[in-house]
Design a binder for this molecule. Structure first.
Ligand code: PLP
Length: 374
């Protein structure tokens, strides 16, 4: 689905030098690259604070831990997302409340959000899924009326932007109370292992999240809060410093590949290409289309015979996962989510796709559809 080898080949000298420097200085933990990367990312995002941490799941957990929630408080998230978004809610003994996504954008449906809010709602987590911004203007408005903090899960959409109705453009992850992201290798800004970060404009929250990520301490060995141990290691920070200047170009390459796919599949009766909301600069972490009138398993099997990978993101929506059944969660009826789960299919998308490869994929994909019609 991604080609990290070819991407590395383009930046090999700089990456190798950055890694060697960390080894030479043996500053493996909290070395100078960590702080430098945080500052560089803050400047790129135009946000006051970037708090690096160990991965995107921890970023979400630390964000929630900073909000002083009580067991049983409700956190609203889409069910149609990667499990990390909702797992941390359950882990902290909070109650996940699943809402629908829009059938076209795959992001949080605001009508469903409004209906789900109760006096116990203490956080809302929109997800910028597949690289497209959620409908932030409406979500923020709804949250503001009820004074509920918003955590933007930006793991799939760093580098993307959202345009507010008044024309103001903001980077994903910088609009809510807190933003979180992941530097998992296949993400749009990926390191060579695990990594994540938290964003906020709020000084007090930033202070608190820094402490939480560091065993609840500000002064060494004086632990004021229950925290955790979540660090971005220096090696990963050094790699991310090399890659950050390429992030916009990486997003553009993904968009170029998506444009090719869109064109190849335009007006195809069995394919709905990804909708691009006017307010979002889509950065195509995934290229996810919707199929109708075909046997999807057969399409996947056909593609496999041509050595073309394809994936279901995700095969089971969160509200149907066993982990929530075990928690005795409510019976959520999410018809759109259930339907999308049956329709979606993601094709390879990354920074290195050549026109030749795209042609190969699109040609065989159309053949696969023909063969799998029902
Ligand atoms: C990848 C991802 C995460 C978690 O990131 P990790 O670094 O793997 O912990 C969270 N949310 C979404 C939507 C993701 O895609």
């Amino acid at each position: 689905m991604v080609d990290l080898k070819r991407q590395y080949a383009h930046i090999k000298p700089a990456i190798d030098k950055a890694i060697q420097n960390v080894i030479d200085t043996t500053a493996f933990i909290n070395g100078p690259d960590v702080n430098a990367f945080s500052n560089e990312l803050a400047s790129y995002l135009n946000i006051k604070h970037v708090i690096p941490c160990a991965n995107g799941t921890d970023a979400l957990q630390i964000a929630l831990m900073a909000l002083d929630l009580q067991p049983g408080d409700e956190v609203i998230t889409p069910s149609f997302t990667y499990i990390a978004t909702v797992e941390v809610v359950a882990l902290l003994h909070l109650k996940p409340v699943f809402v629908e996504v829009d059938a076209d954008t795959f992001t949080m449906n605001t009508e469903s959000l409004k209906k789900a809010i109760t006096h116990k709602t203490k956080a809302i987590i929109p997800v910028h899924l597949y690289g497209q911004s959620a409908n932030m203007s409406e979500i923020l408005q709804i949250a503001k009326e009820k004074n509920i903090p918003v955590i933007e899960d930006t793991a799939q959409a760093i580098g993307g932007t959202y345009t507010f109705p008044n024309g103001v453009v903001a980077k994903n992850g910088t609009m809510g109370t807190i933003g979180t992201t992941s530097f998992f290798p296949s993400k749009n800004l990926g390191c060579y292992g695990d990594g994540g970060a938290i964003f906020t404009h709020d000084d007090a929250l930033a202070d608190k999240m820094k402490m939480i990520a560091n065993h609840g301490q500000k002064i060494r060995y004086y632990h004021e809060l229950v925290g955790c141990n979540s660090r971005l290691d220096t090696m990963q920070a050094a790699i991310l410093r090399v890659k950050l200047p390429y992030l916009d170009a990486y997003c553009d390459s993904r968009r170029t590949a998506a444009d090719y796919y869109d064109k190849a599949f335009a007006n195809h009766p069995n394919i709905t290409t990804p909708y691009r909301a006017a307010y979002s600069k889509h950065v195509f972490h995934q290229y996810t289309l919707k199929l109708n009138g075909v046997n999807r398993d057969q399409v996947i099997a056909y593609l496999a015979t041509k050595e073309i990978p394809s994936m279901l993101y995700y095969p089971v929506p969160a509200h149907k996962q066993n982990m929530f059944k075990l928690l005795g969660g409510n019976d959520f009826k999410l018809a759109t989510t259930d339907q999308l789960q049956e329709q979606v299919l993601s094709l390879p998308i990354h920074t290195e796709l050549t026109e030749e490869e795209l042609k190969y994929i699109t040609t065989h994909f159309k053949d696969a559809i023909k063969a799998a019609k029902i």
